[in-house]
Design a protein around this ligand. Structure first.
Ligand SMILES: [Zn+2]
Ligand SMILES: [Zn+2]
Length: 388
C-alpha cells in the first residue's frame, strides 16, 4: 500500500470502529476486527504476523519479526487502546455510534487504526533487525486494562526493552508531537469518607453531633491541603460526591464524601493521603464525631524515561523535521493506564497534535482522520530507527 491507499484504508477502519464502540473489557467485536485485519496483512504482504488474542480478556498482541538472524533479537512494544466511553454521542455524521450509551470520545478508534496502519507498513517491509510487539489494550478508561494485561503475563510472554504509547491531543496543533521525559500525566486516586455524628432534631442542634457542618469543614480543609503545599509539586483534590440526610428538619447520623486526587509523584500521593487522614482525625476529635476513610490508588503517574524520550525526540525530528517536535508542552492532570506499562519497562508516551475542535470526552468529539498518516508514520519511523 502506498501512503495514499493506507490513509484511505485507515480512515475506513477508524470509522468502522467508531460506529461500533465497546466499553472496558467488552471490546469483543473491536478485537475481532483487529485480528481480522492483521490476518489480512499477513496474507497480502507474505510476512508472518503472530497473533495472540485473549490477553486480559479482549487484549491482542501482534508480533512482527524483522530480518532477525540472532537467537535473542532485541524487541520493543507499541501500544494502542481499544475501548470507548460509557456516554451518548451528540454527532450525527454517517459513522456516528450505533451503540446507545457508548462512544469513542477519546480517539481510541484512531489509535487502533494508526497501529493497524503501522502493522500493515511494517509487514510490507520487515527490514528491521528486531522484533515488534503491537499491543492492542482493552479498558484504558477507568478499569486499568494496562495493569490487567501485565497481570496476565504481558511482559513475560513478550519481553521487550522498551514500550511506547501515543495519544491524540486536541488543542495541540496538527503536525506537532509533544515529547518529554519525566511525568507527563498525573496519578489518579479515589477516596471515600464517611463522617459519623449523632442525628437528631434540626431545631435542637445541641442534642446532636452534626456531620453536615463537619463535611463543610472537611471540604474546605482538603482544599487548604493543596493550596498550602509546595506550589511546584502540582496536586488536585476534588470532592465530587456528597450525600447527607433527606429531610428539612433532621440532622442526619452520617455524611458521605467521595472524590479524586491527582498528583505527579508517589510521595505526593502518600503525603496527601496522610494529611487527609490527619485532617479528619482533628476535625472529628474537635466535634466529638468519628469517621471512616478509604483511599484507593488507581493509576500511577505516567513517567517517561530519559533515554527513551531522547530517542523519540530525535526520531520525531528525523521523520517530520524539527518544527514538528514540541518539548515544553505542559503535562496533563488527566491520567493514563499506560503508566502501568512504564512501571515495568522504560519508554515514552507522546501526544500527537489533533488541532482544534471538541476536546476528549466531549459528546461532539471525533478523532481527526487527518492525523492518521502521521501516527502510522511515527510508529514505523520509530521502529526503523530503534533497531538501526
Ligand atoms: Zn479518555
Ligand atoms: Zn484516551
Amino acid at each position: 500500500m502506498n501512503p495514499r491507499e493506507l490513509q484511505t484504508a485507515m480512515t475506513a477502519w477508524r470509522r468502522e470502529i467508531h460506529a461500533r464502540p465497546e466499553t472496558a473489557f467488552a471490546e469483543h467485536r473491536t478485537a475481532a476486527f483487529v485480528v481480522d485485519r492483521l490476518e489480512g496483512f499477513a496474507r497480502e504482504s507474505g510476512t508472518p504476523i503472530e497473533i495472540t488474542s485473549g490477553i486480559a480478556g479482549t487484549g491482542v498482541v501482534a508480533t512482527i519479526r524483522g530480518d532477525v538472524a540472532q537467537d535473542h533479537p532485541r524487541a520493543i512494544a507499541l501500544r494502542a487502546d481499544l475501548d470507548a466511553l460509557p456516554m451518548d454521542e451528540a454527532n450525527d455524521f454517517a459513522h456516528r455510534s450505533q451503540h446507545d450509551g457508548c462512544m469513542h470520545a477519546c480517539g481510541h478508534d484512531g489509535h487502533t487504526a494508526m497501529l493497524l496502519g503501522a502493522a500493515r507498513s511494517l509487514a510490507g517491509r520487515a527490514n528491521f533487525p528486531g522484533v515488534v510487539h503491537l499491543i492492542f489494550q482493552p479498558a484504558e478508561e477507568n478499569e486499568g486494562g494496562g495493569r490487567a494485561m501485565i497481570e496476565d503475563g504481558l511482559f513475560e510472554r513478550f519481553d521487550v526493552e522498551a514500550v511506547f504509547g501515543l495519544h491524540n491531543w486536541p488543542g495541540l496543533e496538527v503536525g506537532k508531537i509533544a515529547v518529554q521525559s519525566g511525568p507527563v500525566m498525573a496519578a489518579f486516586d479515589n477516596f471515600d469518607v464517611t463522617l459519623i455524628g449523632k442525628g437528631g432534631h434540626a431545631a435542637m442542634p445541641h442534642q446532636s453531633v452534626d456531620p453536615v457542618v463537619l463535611a463543610a469543614q472537611a471540604i474546605q480543609a482538603f482544599q487548604i491541603l493543596v493550596s498550602r503545599s509546595d506550589p511546584l509539586d502540582p496536586a488536585v483534590i476534588s470532592v465530587t460526591q456528597l450525600s447527607a440526610g433527606d429531610a428539612y428538619n433532621i440532622i442526619p447520623d452520617r455524611v458521605q464524601l467521595k472524590g479524586t486526587v491527582r498528583a505527579f509523584h508517589s510521595a505526593t500521593r502518600d503525603r496527601i493521603e496522610a494529611a487527609m487522614r490527619r485532617t479528619l482525625e482533628g476535625l472529628c476529635a474537635a466535634a466529638g464525631a468519628s469517621f471512616e476513610f478509604d483511599y484507593g490508588r488507581r493509576y500511577p503517574p505516567t513517567i517517561n524515561s530519559e533515554r527513551e524520550s531522547a530517542f523519540v525526540a530525535d526520531a520525531v525530528r528525523d521523520i517530520f523535521g524539527s518544527d514538528a517536535l514540541v518539548t515544553n508542552y505542559p503535562p496533563s492532570m488527566g491520567s493514563e493506564d499506560f503508566s502501568f506499562m512504564l512501571e515495568q519497562r522504560p519508554g515514552c508516551y507522546v501526544k500527537l497534535g489533533a488541532g482544534d475542535g471538541p476536546g476528549l470526552h466531549n459528546p461532539r468529539y471525533d478523532f481527526n482522520d487527518e492525523i492518521l498518516g502521521a501516527g502510522a508514520a511515527f510508529w514505523v519511523g520509530l521502529v526503523e530507527r530503534y533497531f538501526a
